[in-house]
Design a protein around this ligand. Sequence first.
Ligand code: GLP
Length: 246
Amino acid sequence: MRIIRVDNYDEMSKKAADLVASQMILKHNSVLGLATGDTPIGMYKELIKLYNEKKIDFSDVRSFNLDEYYGISKENNQSYYYYMMNNLFNHVNMRKENINILDGKTDNVALECLNYEKRIKEVGGIDIQVLGIGVNGHIGFNEPNVNFESETHLVDLDQKTIESNSRFFKSIEEVPKSALSMGIKTIMQSKVIVLLANGEAKAEAIAKTVNGKICPEVQASILQLHNNVNIIVDKAAAKLLKSSDK
Ligand code: GLP
């Protein structure tokens, strides 16, 4: 694991965008694994800026999103589809047919998940996977105790996640109770991983990810076994790391 310490959210966003941009410059048809949540919004803003400055081009880029709420349609403004269009895709020259986001309204979950895995394999796998982290150490929507062997699947959301994500909804009752998510096995097959975390609320999850025992209770701890993980943390999220952690 490579720990990249930064002073604040803006610096984290810039560094993350630079990593993604350099991947796109090295390979024009890169396969990006993308995340949602508050954390990567600044990174998307930076990528749009780099695109407007003509430093990067999305015309051949393919993307796969990590997860989507189950039972929510694309048009719903809480869907991750809506988020991605709003925060990135509507502002860059990404081709619609190259955007892959799980369908939260599918009537055949098993087939939807299987096809997602198939499409990732067909394009040669994910070149760079961006991750946020949940307060309970989840990545994607892989909640504590999900099997590390899992591929794209339907997951029940943890109460902590429902509470934390209720800030985006009118009431906690509106938060979906399940989601479709790439599995840990899918994520671990990505060639490069960039995990972003800012704010004190993530400090414990980050400490357990970096120094804790590798265990399904803290899903992100499995990243210790990946050979190209970059963790970009601001001061608050790095609070419980040791100064010797590199
Ligand atoms: C959500 C998403 C994750 C995200 C995490 C953290 O539930 N499924 O992909 O990384 O929670 O979200 P935030 O960045 O808003 O803290």
